[in-house]
Design a protein around this ligand. Structure first.
Ligand code: NAP
Length: 247
């Protein structure tokens, strides 16, 4: 196993891509803290799945957009695990409106979780990673941050912001034994995509060279690669898992 002895905090791990990442890290031997904000039953089920693999799992509730809440969560994980080696900033939301109809609160809601949330979670974990001279930070961005999308000015801006932050942190932290990378999924089969009307899903599929939506597990394996020794020489990258949608 590639991650034996490692500990991880995965945000937004109660379902979808975050859940798949948590289970893939556990399958490689990591103990995993499962962050969520409201769906405790789903998060607890993921903790049970991690434990069934034979690793330690714990619940780590926090609204990542809220700094004090996030600080308290990170400290509860540190108390339980003793250290955090891997941080996966996966929690994210959409709230779509064309720009003309987008009010300030819709803009702020998405930026607060998707961009401020990455600042908050990384900030509360980084001192400890610097101290131990080791860390793997993986930020989940999106193809939408690379190409834009109708009705998603807030979401696209948040993901492009995270991609830029990833490169800056990679430069600042490389000398501390910490790599910082992003994984940019295309359209992945989760609740986020199943909520898109069927006619629009069909139109999207026609634009994807591989003619299918991706699987959460396919994104998770890219995250495992970046956290495992095979990924040690990769930092500041944004790796794409998008079926060829953007190339
Ligand atoms: P999802 O199924 O909607 O799950 C979202 C997760 O984020 C849930 O675990 C949710 O927790 C958590 N969450 C939401 N707001 C939070 C907050 N304020 N604090 C902490 N956790 C919060 O999402 P997904 O489709 O798996 O997407 C995961 C990530 O991949 C997101 O960053 C998304 O932007 C990105 N992405 C997704 C796709 C796609 O096609 N699905 C494509 C590109 C990028 P609760 O269950 O407690 O609500």
């Amino acid at each position: 196993m590639k991650l034996e002895g490692r500990t991880a905090l995965v945000t937004g791990a109660s379902r979808g891509i975050g859940r798949a990442i948590a289970l893939a890290l556990a399958a490689e031997g990591a103990d995993v803290a499962i962050n969520y904000v409201s769906n405790e039953a789903a998060a607890a089920a993921v903790v049970e799945e991690v434990q069934a693999i034979g690793r330690k799992g714990m619940l780590a509730r926090a609204d990542v957009g809220d700094f004090p809440d996030t600080y308290a969560m990170a400290h509860s994980v540190l108390r339980e695990f003793g250290h955090i080696d891997i941080l996966v900033n996966n929690a994210g939301v959409t709230s779509d409106k064309t720009f003309v109809n987008m009010d300030h609160s819709t803009w702020r809601k998405v930026l607060a979780i998707n961009l401020d949330g990455v600042f908050n979670c990384t900030k509360v974990c980084i001192d400890q990673m610097v101290e131990q001279n080791y860390g793997r930070v993986v930020n989940i961005t999106s193809v939408i941050g690379q190409i834009g999308n109708f009705g998603q000015a807030n979401y696209a801006a948040s993901k492009a912001g995270v991609a830029a932050m990833t490169k800056t942190l990679a430069k600042e932290l490389a000398s501390k034994g910490i790599t910082v990378n992003a994984v940019a999924p295309g359209f992945i089969e989760t609740e986020m995509v199943s909520s898109i009307p069927q006619s629009l899903q069909d139109r999207l599929l026609s634009q994807i060279p591989l003619r299918r939506f991706g699987k959460a597990e396919e994104v998770a394996q890219m995250v495992v690669f970046l956290c495992a020794p095979e990924g040690d020489y990769v930092t500041g990258a944004e790796l794409e898992v998008n079926g060829g949608l953007f190339m």
